[in-house]
Write a protein that binds this ligand. Structure first.
Ligand code: PDD
Length: 291
């Protein structure tokens, strides 16, 4: 079955889908994106992802390329065409195609691209053995709350992690506080058993997985603090974990080769992951089904 991509109004075979060389996303990274998880055929938290897309676009003064209801229709149609059951839906909006000039073009229309990718469930080892993270200085701009396609520092950080045999790189700000991973949010369970994750500000992307998990943590009655934590505190933590639309909740067992807690995935992290998977499995937004 051919795989399709959506490009500015058309569903095209993935291999032939292309944008113009003067798309401002290509030349200036002048655009934003979203990654929406798809689990057992359902889009996870589509509404909050679209809210964040609209917010990112608003911050950059890029118009919505199509109405929100149309975005939802295209998402479901692409999932249906690609028979997507597990993986992700990617959407990207740029300021459009125009002769290269830093100033906003007067006439360009925002460009919309959507793709899907089918992925296998995480290997058991990631969950049962946990993952390692390294740390890198956070060299990004000061608007990390915008989900911009300008990801060069994140790309370099993730590559450095991969070369060190680690799953992720946690970025550390000038004061020694962890901001977030290159494509994930960072969490610890401190010595007192409190879950700690950095508060949402311009310093991090406010992850949708983060927001959903915060709600679940509050509902379950676990103690929680939304505040910055230092790298030192993270290394001394009882547990650590990370969250994202593609990683869900994964236990971190070493930071820069320092074991976290007893060096094994934490118990609380295991509960939170299980709760998050249950939540995803309970969703009913299936393409062609009840939206
Ligand atoms: N990354 N922080 C950063 C810098 C991210 O890029 C992401 C998501 C997150 C987690 O956000 P969410 O829970 O909404 O996925 C945090 C996506 C998955 C990516 O770039 O592929």
């Amino acid at each position: 079955m051919p795989r399709y991509a959506y490009v500015n109004g058309r569903y095209l075979p993935h291999a032939q889908a292309a944008v113009h060389i003067e798309d401002r996303g290509y030349q200036f990274a002048d655009g934003v994106y979203e990654v929406v998880p798809v689990y057992q055929g359902a889009l996870v938290d589509e509404g909050p992802h679209l809210d964040r897309l609209e917010r990112s676009l608003g911050e950059l003064r890029i118009a919505m390329p199509v109405a929100r209801a149309t975005l939802e229709l295209i998402s479901h149609e692409l999932m249906r065409r690609n028979d997507l059951t597990q993986g992700m839906l990617y959407m990207q909006v740029t300021r459009g195609v125009a002769p290269r000039d830093h100033r906003f073009p007067a006439t360009a229309r925002p460009a919309l691209v959507m793709t899907t990718r089918q992925t296998k469930p995480h290997g058991e080892a990631l969950v049962t053995q946990g993952i390692k993270v390294i740390t890198v200085p956070d060299i990004r701009w000061r608007r990390c709350d915008i989900k911009s396609t300008a990801l060069l520092p994140n790309v370099l950080a993730k590559q450095q992690a991969a070369e060190a045999g680690a799953y992720e790189a946690w970025q550390v700000d000038g004061e020694g506080y962890v901001t977030e991973g290159s494509s994930t949010n960072a969490w610890i369970v401190n010595a007192e058993g409190k879950v700690v994750t950095r508060d949402a500000s311009h310093a991090i992307l406010n992850g949708i997985t983060r927001i959903t998990l915060l709600k679940q943590i509050r509902e379950a009655g676990f103690e929680l603090e939304e505040r910055a934590f230092t790298l030192e505190e993270a290394k001394a933590a009882r547990e650590a974990f990370l969250t994202s639309s593609t990683s869900f909740v994964l236990p971190v067992v070493a930071i820069d080769e320092t074991p976290v807690g007893n060096g094994h995935p934490g118990i609380l992290c295991g509960k939170l992951r299980a709760g998050y998977l249950d939540y995803m499995a309970s969703l009913e937004d299936r393409p062609g089904g009840m939206a």
